[in-house]
Design a binder for this molecule. Structure first.
Ligand code: CFM
Ligand code: HCA
Length: 537
C-alpha cells in the first residue's frame, strides 16, 4: 500500500551494498539516492562500470553508429572492424523509415570491412578503401560514414585520412568516426563523437530557401517503433515545417540544410544536446527540451512551440489539435485507468526514457518506485540543480577518485550560460528539469543498475511492471514480473504523441491485467531433482 507514501528503501540499499567488497560498496553507494525532491541531491553518474559487474550498458561504437547515425536512410554506414560488430548493430533498434518512391534506403544492410587476422597484423586501411570503392560501385550513395570498432584504434588505422583520400577520389561526402567501443565509459561518449562529426561534416552544407513560416528541427527523436511518424503528422497539421530530425526517418540532405531552422526541439537531451548547443552557438538557433512521451507532455510541448513563435493562427491551430486529441486520449484513459491505478513500476533504461516514460505511467495512476539510467550524466538526473563543483580525472578511469567527467565540466559552464540566456529571453530556467526533482519522495534512484541490484529491487518492491531492455527481459520475467522493453517497445509502438499514448495505455491494460508471469514457476521449485539412470540397469 503506497497511499501513505513510498517505503524508505535505506535498509534495502544496505543489504545490496553488503554483498560488495568495501571499496566497491563505497563507489556503488554514490550512484544510489533515496530521492527527496525537496532537497538538492547529488548522484554519481557517467563513470566507468566496475569490471565483473553485470551492467546493462553498451559501448561507444553502439552510441555513435547504432544510435545517432543509424536511423538516416541514405548514408552508407560502413563499419571498419570484425563482422560481429556489424551483426549486432544490424537493425536491432527498430528505427523505422519511409523513403519516398525511388529514394535510397540502405538501412536494411550491414556494411562491414570484415577485418581478419591479417588486417590486424598488417593494417586494414587498404581493405577499407576497397570497401568504399565497392560500396560506390554497388550503391552510388550520397555519403559514407566510417565507424571504428575497437581493433581499429588498437592497431592505429587512420580512418580520417582514408576518408579524406576517398572523398577526393569519389567526389562524395565521406567522413570517419573514432568511436572505438572502449572509448569513454558507455554509449554516451559515442553520442558526443557522432554529434561532433555530423555537425562538422554535414550541417550547413546546403542552404535551402524558406518554405514554411515556422521552421524547426526535432533533435533526439530516433523513430523507434514509428514514434517520429506520429510527431511529423502533428507538426504538419499545425503548419510547422519540420526540416530535419536528428535522426529518425531522416535523410542526409535534410541535415545539410537544418541550420536554416528557426528553432530546435530537443527530445532526447542526452544523445544530442551537443548539436543543439553547437547550432545555437554557430547559427543562433535557440533550443529547448520537449517531451512527446505522454499526452500531457505532448500538449505541453506543442503549446511551448506555439508560445515560442507567438503567432495567433498557430496558437489557435495547436489548441484545436490538443482539444481534439485529448478528447480521444481521455476516453481511452477513463476506460483503462481504473484497472491500472495503484500499480507499481520500475524503469532502468538508457539516458532519457527512464524519465520520460514516468509521465506516461503517471497518466495511468502507476507509480514509479525505482528508476535509473544506464549512461546518463548528472544533469539528466538532477536537472536544474546541477551546477557541479568539479574534480576531474583526465581519463575517467580512476574509480575511487573520479566524481564527474570532463563532459560535465563543460556542462557546468554551459549551464551557467544557458541559465543566463534563458532568463534574458524571459524563459523559465526550471524548464530545464531532470528525473530526480520529478520523482516521489523515497523512490530509489540508481545509476548503471546491475543484475544483482535488479534482483534485490524486485524482491523488495514486488513491482507490477519492470521496464528495461532485451538483456533484462527474460531474467525479470522468470522472477514473475512482466517486462516491457522501452528500447525496442518489443513489437509495439508508436508510443509518442497522442496516438502513441493511447497505444501505450492499451498495452499497459493488457500487460498489467494478467497474472501469467506469477504462475510461471521454475520446475525445480516444486519437483524433486530429476535422477538419471542407465538404460542397461
Ligand atoms: Fe536517447 Fe534513445 Fe534513450 Fe539513447 Fe539508447 Fe534508444 Fe535508450 Mo536504447 S538515444 S538515450 S542511446 S532516447 S538506443 S532511442 S532506447 S538506450 S533511453
Ligand atoms: C544500444 C541500443 C539499445 C539496446 C537495447 C537493449 C537499443 O544501446 O546499443 O538493450 O535492449 O535501444 O536498441 O539501447
Amino acid at each position: 500500500d503506497i497511499t501513505n507514501g513510498l517505503p524508505d528503501p535505506s535498509e534495502l540499499m544496505d543489504e545490496i551494498l553488503a554483498k560488495y567488497p568495501t571499496k566497491i560498496a563505497k563507489k556503488r553507494k554514490k550512484g544510489m539516492v533515496v530521492n527527496d525532491p525537496s532537497e538538492e541531491q547529488e548522484i554519481q553518474a557517467n563513470i566507468r562500470t566496475i569490471p565483473g559487474i553485470i551492467t546493462q550498458r553498451g559501448c561507444t561504437y553502439a552510441g555513435c553508429k547504432g544510435v545517432v547515425l543509424g536511423p538516416t536512410r541514405d548514408i552508407i554506414n560502413l563499419v571498419h572492424g570484425p563482422i560481429g560488430c556489424s551483426f549486432y548493430a544490424w537493425l536491432t533498434r527498430r528505427n523505422q523509415t519511409r523513403p519516398a518512391e525511388g529514394e535510397d534506403n540502405f538501412m536494411m544492410y550491414a556494411f562491414s570491412t570484415d577485418m581478419q587476422d591479417e588486417n590486424i597484423v598488417f593494417g586494414g586501411e587498404a581493405k577499407l578503401k576497397d570497401a568504399i570503392r565497392e560500396a560506390m560501385e554497388l550503391f552510388n550513395p550520397k555519403a559514407i560514414g566510417i565507424f571504428s570498432t575497437c581493433p581499429v584504434g588498437l592497431i592505429g588505422d587512420d580512418v580520417h585520412a582514408v576518408a579524406r583520400e576517398m572523398k577526393e577520389e569519389t567526389g562524395i561526402n565521406i567522413f570517419g568516426f573514432s568511436c572505438e567501443g572502449y572509448r569513454g565509459v558507455s554509449q554516451s561518449a559515442g553520442h558526443h563523437i557522432a554529434n561532433n562529426q555530423v555537425f562538422k561534416n554535414v550541417v550547413g552544407l546546403n542552404d535551402r530557401d524558406r518554405k514554411g513560416k515556422f521552421q524547426i528541427n526535432l533533435l533526439g527523436e530516433y523513430n523507434i517503433g514509428g514514434d517520429a511518424f506520429e510527431l511529423e503528422r502533428l507538426f504538419e497539421e499545425a503548419g510547422i515545417e519540420l526540416l530535419s530530425t536528428f535522426s529518425g526517418n531522416s535523410t542526409i540532405k535534410s541535415m545539410e540544410y537544418s541550420h536554416t531552422a528557426d528553432l530546435n526541439l530537443v527530445m532526447c537531451h542526452r544523445s544530442i544536446n551537443y548539436i543543439a548547443e553547437m547550432m545555437e552557438e554557430k547559427y543562433g538557433i535557440p533550443w529547448f527540451k520537449v517531451n512527446f512521451i505522454s499526452a500531457e507532455g505532448t500538449a505541453k510541448s506543442l503549446r511551448k512551440v506555439a508560445e515560442f513563435f507567438d503567432d495567433a493562427e498557430l496558437t489557435a491551430k495547436v489548441e484545436e489539435i490538443v482539444a481534439r486529441e485529448m478528447a480521444k486520449v481521455e476516453a481511452v484513459k477513463a476506460a483503462v485507468k481504473p484497472k491500472t491505478e495503484g500499480k507499481l513500476a520500475m524503469m532502468f533504461v538508457g539516458g532519457s526514457r527512464a524519465h520520460h516514460y514516468q509521465d506516461l505511467f503517471n497518466e495511468l495512476g502507476v507509480t514509479t518506485v525505482s528508476a535509473g539510467y544506464e549512461f546518463a550524466h548528472r544533469d539528466d538526473y538532477e536537472g536544474r540543480h546541477v551546477i557541479p563543483n568539479i574534480k576531474i580525472d583526465a581519463d575517467s578511469r580512476n574509480i575511487e577518485e573520479i566524481t564527474v567527467t570532463k563532459d560535465e565540466e563543460l556542462f557546468r559552464d554551459d549551464l551557467v550560460a544557458k541559465k543566463k540566456a534563458m532568463e534574458e529571453k524571459g524563459m523559465e530556467f526550471s524548464d530545464y528539469v531532470g528525473m530526480m526533482p520529478e520523482m516521489k519522495k523515497n523512490s530509489l534512484v540508481i545509476d548503471d543498475v546491475n543484475h544483482w541490484e535488479t534482483e534485490k529491487l524486485i524482491e523488495f518492491y514486488k513491482p507490477d511492471m519492470f521496464c528495461a531492455g532485451i538483456k533484462e527481459k527474460y531474467v525479470v520475467q522468470k522472477l514473475g514480473v512482466p517486462l516491457k522493453q522501452l528500447h525496442s517497445y518489443d513489437y509495439g509502438g508508436p508510443y509518442a504523441g497522442f496516438e502513441g499514448a493511447i497505444n501505450f495505455y492499451v498495452e499497459m491494460e493488457r500487460m498489467l491485467g494478467t497474472d501469467i508471469w506469477k504462475m510461471v514457476d521454475a520446475p525445480w521449485k516444486s519437483e524433486p531433482e530429476i535422477v538419471g539412470s542407465f538404460a542397461f540397469n
